[in-house]
Design a protein around this ligand. Structure first.
Ligand SMILES: Nc1ncnc2c1ncn2[C@@H]1O[C@H](COP(=O)(O)OP(=O)(O)OP(=O)(O)O)[C@@H](O)[C@H]1O
Length: 615
């Protein structure tokens, strides 16, 4: 039963708007850019900021109210009277209301600051993923996929969290510490100074601790990623490990990586415990001083017990935010480093894109033409292709043969612009592939790769990947031509059977056939089989070839193969050596010429006994 295919439910409208927004602010500092980006969610951000200011204001009322309550309680005890009792009840009630209101505003603050962070995370993730989809092959060649994943997960998280852990916390701490300090100092300068004496020390220790923890966290991440890599490699190569009895060696490798992560984790605990103790000590020392000098003032009748109580409560309230100063500093540092990396990635130019004035490719005759094409991989010292010229018309099959590394796949990859030619031109019906839109070009050129990749989804979705709206019959026809239909019908849920990592496993040959079917669905103008029948037996390959002849009559087909039997039926064959065409012609012509092709043919057709005798 055919169900929804991959990509049918793509809703690109909103996503594209978010992606465009993420690209604003190029050239600005990362902190400014992420702040502006977060504030775009203005009503949520305004609610978070407003609630933070109100909640911290209410929190600052609590020590004063408590001080009043203590004084009123004392009056009630000494001068028994209804008025004092009533006042105490009113203060207690106000305290209760202020506490509840503060709790509610804190809830609003937390909710909306997190909400802004999650929206920012969602949008940056889309922008990141969009960029990953559009980057050229050469960028992926240079950038390790693990680094890209780190960028999209950890660095993005550093930016996402900035609004709540950096921006909002700055407002909270400024109000609490600034207004709190003013209130303390305006009540009693000496006691105020004593009460605030722990602030600089704790702020300093907490910032140092957080920055040290951050530095070690980055190293820990690196060590953990080594651990992940060791594990990944082990799981990927589990058959080799077993076959060569490498368990002991593997365990040792894992232990070394694991131990270095453990040592660092110990160091981190030590930094945290040491600094927490120092901060707690300095806080209680300051509290002791306030009690001592405040007590003296109370005994001397210069200060009420309530005022002293309000000082102590102020200190307790200030303690937490001051300790969090380090977290705030850390959030700024993290957002700055993560932002520098993340935005550099987002702003990186895309070297292969459609030109602004590009029109869709118009295929009429279906002629493919290489005109003196040269190509050098970015950063490579030698060219991979040198002066490749040929022309092929719809209905023709071109075979490409040559030693490993002679440039066969590279030649094929230039047609859909996985890379751009360094010199020369590639034309389809007279249109330079660089002048048409990438989307139309890639829909018109299908490359069946050597490495076949299956998505973890149904067989049907895998085949219809390039054309999510393909009809059931079209998918089945493609599978029939790729000689896979009968096999699929034998599976538990035929076309709805899930394949991929957690689905049914397919053999190398079956994967290749699925990949061929995926390309056949597209009905492209140019179809390239890049050694895509290497894992298929000669009989099945012959049947596939006969079946796709029907497809081949309207398009140019390029067949790259090491096995000459796969391409000797071609209309003409190009023999590549070091990126140059050294021989070309039909199979018969090339055999007659008696050159390199002939030698290869003889090598592949001579019985093994003859070869051994020749050696
Ligand atoms: N992404 C890349 N970056 C740099 N050099 C590359 C890249 N891909 C291939 N090359 C180099 O270009 C040359 C041609 O490679 P290519 O894959 O085109 O050869 P091929 O003839 O298809 O080989 P095979 O028959 O083994 O598939 C090789 O020397 C290879 O090392």
């Amino acid at each position: 039963m055919i169900t929804l295919k991959a990509g049918r439910d793509r809703s690109r409208g909103d996503a594209l708007a978010h992606v465009a927004a993420a690209h604003r602010g190029r050239g600005q500092s990362p902190l400014r850019r992420i702040t502006a980006y977060s504030l775009r969610h203005y009503w949520q951000a305004s609610l978070a900021i407003g609630a933070t200011i109100i909640a911290s204001g209410l929190q600052l009322m609590i020590p004063r109210l408590l001080g009043h309550a203590v004084d009123q309680a004392q009056t009630t005890l000494t001068v028994a009277g209804e008025g004092a009792q009533q006042a105490l009840i009113w203060t207690a009630l106000t305290l209760l209301i202020v506490s509840v209101a503060r709790g509610l505003f804190t809830l609003v603050q937390n909710f909306y600051s997190e909400a802004v962070g999650h929206h920012v995370g969602y949008e940056l993730r889309l922008a990141f993923y969009d960029k990953v989809q559009r980057l050229s092959y050469s960028y992926h060649d240079r950038m390790h996929s693990g680094d890209l994943i780190t960028l999209g997960l950890l660095d993005l998280d550093g930016l996402r969290m900035f609004f709540s852990t950096g921006f909002i916390r700055t407002i909270l701490l400024t109000v609490l510490i600034g207004v709190g300090a003013y209130m303390l100092l305006s009540t009693d300068v000496l006691l105020g100074l004593l009460a605030l004496s722990f602030v600089p020390f704790v702020a300093w220790r907490s910032s140092v601790a957080q920055l040290t923890l951050r530095k070690t966290w980055l190293v820990l991440q690196e060590r953990l990623s080594v651990l992940t890599r060791v594990m990944e490699e082990n799981l990927g190569g589990i058959r080799v490990v077993r076959a060569f009895s490498g368990q002991k060696h593997e365990l040792e490798k894992f232990e070394t990586a694991s131990k270095s992560a453990l040592e660092l984790a110990h160091q981190r605990v030590l930094v945290r415990v040491k600094n927490t103790s120092m901060m707690t000590f300095s806080f209680f020392a300051a509290m002791g001083l306030v009690l001592w000098f405040g007590g003296v003032k109370v005994i001397a009748g210069e200060m009420s017990v309530g005022t002293l109580a309000s000082f102590l409560t102020f200190m307790t309230i200030l303690q937490m935010p001051v300790r969090q100063l380090g977290l705030m500093v850390n959030s700024f540092a993290r957002a700055s480093t993560c932002g520098t990396r993340f935005f550099a990635f987002l702003d990186a130019p895309i070297d292969i894109e459609s030109k602004p004035e590009a029109a869709p490719l118009k295929v009429k005759e279906g002629t493919l033409r290489f005109e003196d094409v040269h190509f050098t991989y970015p950063g490579a010292s030698h060219p991979t292709l040198n002066g490749i010229s040929f022309e092929a018309h719809a209905g023709q099959t071109i075979g490409i043969v040559g030693a490993p590394g002679s440039g066969k796949s590279t030649l094929a990859h230039l047609i859909p612009r996985f890379y751009d030619v360094t010199a020369g031109r590639i034309l389809i019906d007279g249109q330079d592939v660089r002048d048409v839109t990438l989307q139309s070009l890639r829909r018109s050129v299908a490359v069946v790769q050597q490495d076949t990749f299956l998505f973890t989804t149904t067989i049907e979705n895998n085949i219809a990947y390039g054309d999510p709206w393909a009809k059931e019959r079209k998918i089945e026809r493609a599978a029939e031509s790729a000689q896979l239909h009968n096999y699929i019908m034998g599976l538990p849920a035929d076309y709805s059977t899930v394949v991929g990592e957690r689905g049914v496993s397919l053999s190398g040959g079956q994967r290749q056939r699925l990949s061929i079917a995926r390309s056949l669905v597209l009905k492209p103008a140019v179809m390239v089989f890049d050694d895509s029948t290497a894992a298929i037996d000669a009989g099945t390959e012959h049947r596939i070839r006969s079946a796709i002849r029907r497809y081949a009559k309207d398009r140019v087909t390029l067949v790259i193969a090491h096995r000459l039997s796969s391409l000797m039926h071609a209309d003409f064959i190009l023999f590549l050596e070091d990126g140059r065409i050294v021989e070309q012609g039909s199979h018969a012509e090339l055999l007659e010429r008696g050159g390199k092709y002939r030698a290869l043919y003889d090598l592949q057709t001579r019985p093994a006994d003859d070869l051994e005798a020749a050696e």
